[in-house]
Design a protein around this ligand. Structure first.
Ligand code: SDX
Length: 434
């Protein structure tokens, strides 16, 4: 509206006449942000925000999270609606292109993805170099990064068409790379992708089929796997996505950037939590040991965390955890699994934690990782593959965020600053004088 003064906040350095107005920028949803880009130039100061928990690193149109309300939107669509009504290929199109596809767009996109599911035969030979007991996330980092050795020389990231093909290659090949990492670990022959199958179904085929006998698809498991992929597809500027953006801001090729994202996701505080939840539940053993474990968690000296609980942004239920819990019950019922001790443990753990002041005061709720591992275990996925699955799903989110960053005309190389607390300038002394 003309004539309406733009909102600002005033920053004044006490005891000086130094002051400036910082523009307050507002997005479609969410809190306003103070634009501090001129702060150092005008006042000679930086801001301090370890872990960037209070810093907007970019403006993005892809995913919105309201941590207090437990809201998650992909391009404006609530995750609850997408989990119920959409599927991973359609959600992938949405994240990459900004809107839901019509029938022709969806068909073309799906064909584009399925046409890139195979790996170069020389990439297949990479697996022989790994130990059989290598963690599959190590293989994911290595083989996805190695894609740059096969495609980097014909990739101009400033060419939209080459970015589109790189996106297809990454989204299409990560399930193959992941499934082959599993097959390698159990000494079974690799199953090549089948383009007559849907994305999630094809992944389960490559994970579970063997050449010696026909493979029968299980629509319950395929649907559950597809929903798990949808729930993990993107999550705004989390640690691994920020890693992808930072790597991409240097002009690095998308294969190297996604490999960096996989490495960041591996940590137990991030994508590795789903694997850690199962280990935690197994170590606790039975529900009667839960109170003892909870008291350990509350003892700071134990450095014990309740894995699958808490979140940097959500201070309410992670909406994905709610959907995952419902899916967990559905899958177990449909698979005829009457009592799953791990699920009983998890539900008892949730009940106890949500009634304990320690967790209530700190607004610690189950996050996406708390129930996902239980479903995956029920589906026969080995624990070591849980974070790999997270990486398979998140690849489309990483690629979408990378594409948005590359296409941002205002994009600059990422370069955080610091508070220097080391030694002041001093002169070198010879060893005799020390
Ligand atoms: C993911 O960012 C994303 O979007 C990530 C993700 C995505 O989709 O990309 O959502 C995926 O990474 C989910 C999170 C998975 N990680 C875990 O489940 C690991 C367990 N969680 C914690 O490690 C922790 O909650 C974090 C790392 C997730 C968040 O850490 P923060 O930001 O430090 O948590 P906080 O500031 O909310 O902590 C407040 C207090 C602290 O105690 P005090 O110093 O105030 O006494 O709560 C404590 C924390 O120590 N706390 C926990 C806890 N999480 C936080 N105490 C026990 N168990 C926990 N899980």
């Amino acid at each position: 509206m003309s004539g309406t003064a733009k909102p600002t906040i005033t920053v004044t350095i006490d005891g000086t006449n130094k002051s400036m107005q910082l523009p307050l920028l507002t997005g479609t949803l969410g809190p306003p942000v103070a634009d501090i880009r001129k702060l150092n130039g005008e006042l000679g100061i930086f801001t301090f925000d370890p872990g960037y928990g209070m810093t907007a690193s970019c403006d993005s149109k892809i995913t919105f999270i309201d941590g207090d309300e437990g809201v998650l939107l992909y391009r404006g669509y609530p995750i609850e609606q997408l989990a119920e009504k959409s599927d991973f290929i359609e959600v992938s199109y949405l994240l990459l292109n900004g809107n839901l596809p019509n029938a022709a767009e969806l068909d073309g996109f799906e064909k584009g993805v399925m046409r890139h599911t195979m790996l170069h035969e020389q990439l297949r030979r990479f697996y022989d170099g790994f130990r059989r007991d290598a963690h599959p996330m190590a293989i994911m980092c290595a083989v996805v990064g190695a894609m740059a050795a096969f495609y980097h020389d014909n990739l101009d990231i400033n060419d939209p068409e080459q970015r589109r093909i790189a996106a297809f290659r990454l989204i299409a090949k990560v399930p193959t790379i992941a499934a082959w990492a599993y097959k390698y670990s159990i000494g079974q022959p690799f199953m090549y992708p089948r383009n007559d199958l849907k994305y999630a179904e094809n992944f389960l085929y490559m994970m579970n089929a063997v050449p010696a006998e026909p493979w029968v698809s299980n629509p319950i498991l395929s649907r559950a796997m597809d929903r798990i992929l949808v729930l993990h597809a993107d999550h705004e500027q989390n640690a691994s996505t920020s890693t992808v953006r930072l790597a991409g801001s240097t002009g690095a090729n998308p294969f190297a950037c996604i490999a960096a994202g996989i490495a960041a996701l591996w940590g137990p505080a991030h994508g590795g939590a789903n694997e850690a939840v199962l280990k935690m539940l197994a170590e606790i053993g039975t529900p009667k040991n839960i109170p003892q474990f909870i008291s350990e968690v509350k003892d700071k000296n134990s450095h014990t965390k309740l894995m699958g609980f808490g979140h940097r942004v959500y201070k309410n239920f992670d909406p994905r955890a709610t959907i995952m819990k419902e899916t967990c019950h559905e899958v177990l019922a449909e698979l005829g699994i009457k009592d799953e001790p791990l699920l009983d443990m998890a539900m008892e753990m949730e009940r106890i934690a949500l009634s304990d002041p320690y967790f209530i005061e700190r607004k610690l709720y189950p996050n996406v990782d708390f129930y996902s591992g239980i479903i995956l275990k029920a589906m026969g996925i080995p624990t070591s593959m849980f974070t790999v699955l997270f990486a398979v799903a998140r690849t489309v989110g990483w690629v979408s965020q990378w594409k948005e960053m590359v296409e941002d005309p205002g994009q600059r190389i990422g370069r955080p600053r610091q508070i220097y607390t080391g030694a002041a300038k001093r002169d070198y002394t010879t060893i005799g004088g020390r």
